[in-house]
Design a protein around this ligand. Structure first.
Ligand SMILES: [Fe+2]
Ligand SMILES: [Fe+2]
Length: 166
């Protein structure tokens, strides 16, 4: 298994796209199924944004100051996703806003993931050596077991606040 940070993050993105597609296919389906899928989306996003906010973003910011603006924009995009995830985690799938809110979350995250993969991950790949990317990846693997899985976890709340105020 690769420990390269970008490979690991792209694997997470792939899983998110799979869950997004599954929700879109279930949009007219039973509430229980939509609730379950959104629960999985929230968990995947909570873990992923935690690893990026705590490891990938600060490392890139430190090593590649030229990418500062991309990183700041990314923190703000995570913040939008955090707000929507927190609201959805408390919302019943039968609520009339449930699908609309999930659709906005999916659109925002899809845009954000495209920017990461197409705009600034390639610059990181070019500027950092294989060994540096593996070291960052190893830090993310180590932190993953301890990462929050729900938006109400104190670690997730702290991450959400630090991201836009620190
Ligand atoms: Fe991100
Ligand atoms: Fe990401």
């Amino acid at each position: 298994m690769s420990t390269d940070a970008i490979v690991l993050l792209k694997e997470d993105h792939k899983e998110m796209r799979r869950l997004f597609k599954a929700f879109q296919d279930a949009e007219e389906g039973p509430a229980s199924q939509r609730q379950k899928l959104v629960g999985q989306i929230i968990e995947a996003l909570t873990v992923h944004t935690y690893l990026e906010n705590e490891v990938m973003y600060p490392e890139v910011r430190r090593l590649l100051p030229d990418l500062e603006d991309d990183i700041l924009e990314s923190y703000e995009e995570h913040h939008v996703a955090d707000v929507l995830c927190a609201e959805l985690a408390a919302m019943d799938a039968a609520h009339e806003h449930f699908n609309a809110k999930t659709t906005v979350l999916i659109e925002n995250v899809t845009h954000h993931v495209e920017e990461e993969e197409e705009e600034w991950f390639p610059k990181v790949r070019e500027a950092l050596g294989r060994k540096q990317l593996q070291e960052i990846g190893e830090k993310m693997i180590a932190l993953r077991a301890d990462a929050p899985r729900t938006p109400s976890d104190p670690k997730a709340i702290k991450k959400a606040i630090d991201a836009v105020t620190a």
